[in-house]
Design a protein around this ligand. Structure first.
Ligand SMILES: [Zn+2]
Length: 146
């Protein structure tokens, strides 16, 4: 990376702020003293292996959508959703793997939701686990009641 004004490669970072999928850094060039902002994308280089064996690139949007749906009309804000998405992404990065099964991701979402809201947890679990029988639901409720 070079300073857009003088092409120097040396700068100070004045401020850096994380957003969901990028890091914004305010920089000051050591040579000419001008300031500029850079955005670094935090790409998650991850393939998700689905239940049927197909693979698709990990999608933050998809993860966020699933969690938002589960938390719909519950007392949570978009920031809460982002927090959960971020923490799951952090955990996935820690796996240091290029492939992860959709089950591992789903299990993590379920664990987070369970910790914050039982209704959201049940909603997500019912979709995610493909509950076919009412009995499955009852089993989950029993686990929750403990
Ligand atoms: Zn410069």
């Amino acid at each position: 990376m070079n300073c857009p004004y003088c092409s120097s490669e040396n700068f100070k970072v004045l401020e850096s702020r994380d957003s969901l999928d990028s890091i914004r850094r305010r920089r000051e060039c050591d040579k000419c003293g001008k300031r500029f902002t850079t955005y670094e994308k935090i790409a998650i280089d991850l393939m998700v292996i689905k239940k049927d064996g197909r693979k698709e690139p990990f999608s933050t949007d998809k993860l966020r959508k699933g969690i938002s749906l589960a938390l719909e009309k519950r007392p949570f804000t978009a920031d809460n959703v982002d927090e959960i998405v971020k923490s799951i992404e952090r955990e996935l990065k820690k796996l240091k793997s290029h492939e992860v099964s959709s089950k591992i991701i789903g299990d993590r979402v379920i664990r987070k939701l369970k910790a914050i809201d039982h209704v959201a947890y049940m909603r997500f679990a019912s979709v995610y686990k493909d509950f076919e029988k009412v009995d499955d639901f009852k089993e989950e409720l029993k686990i929750l009641a403990k």
